[in-house]
Design a protein around this ligand. Structure first.
Ligand code: FES
Length: 118
């Protein structure tokens, strides 16, 4: 489900802002006339990526300057690493910016394997 998070013009060109959506904090960047949405929490130690410096499609984490793609959340300093930020679908409706953040996966039973016992 898409949720309205901001209006066009709320995010200055070349910068990011963060918004709470469905239990997560989403960073939205407005760069070269387009909006991009990834998880705001840096996968290294949790800094807010929306506060980072943006250049050439990358955001530099404000704490240790690791670079992440604002397009797909990949870790640009180590492209083969599975470490990355989640990317979210974004759409514009009228003057509104909407983002879709999927529900977290359902909780697994704490004692797997119990089903067949007994
Ligand atoms: S917290 Fe982002 S690079 Fe360390």
């Amino acid at each position: 489900m898409f949720v309205k998070v901001a209006k066009l013009g709320d995010i200055p060109a070349g910068e990011g802002r963060h918004y709470p959506v469905n239990g997560r904090m989403v960073a939205i960047f407005f760069v070269d006339g387009a909006y991009h949405a990834i998880n705001d929490s840096c996968p290294h130690m949790g800094a807010s990526l929306s506060a980072g410096y943006v250049e050439e499609g990358a955001v530099y984490c404000p704490w240790h300057a690791w670079r992440f793609s604002i397009h797909d959340g990949s870790w640009l300093d180590s492209p083969k690493s599975p470490l990355k930020c989640e990317r979210y679908e974004l759409r514009i409706e009228g003057d509104d910016i909407l983002v879709e953040v999927p529900d977290p996966p359902p909780r697994q039973p704490s004692t797997p394997g119990d089903e067949g016992a007994g």
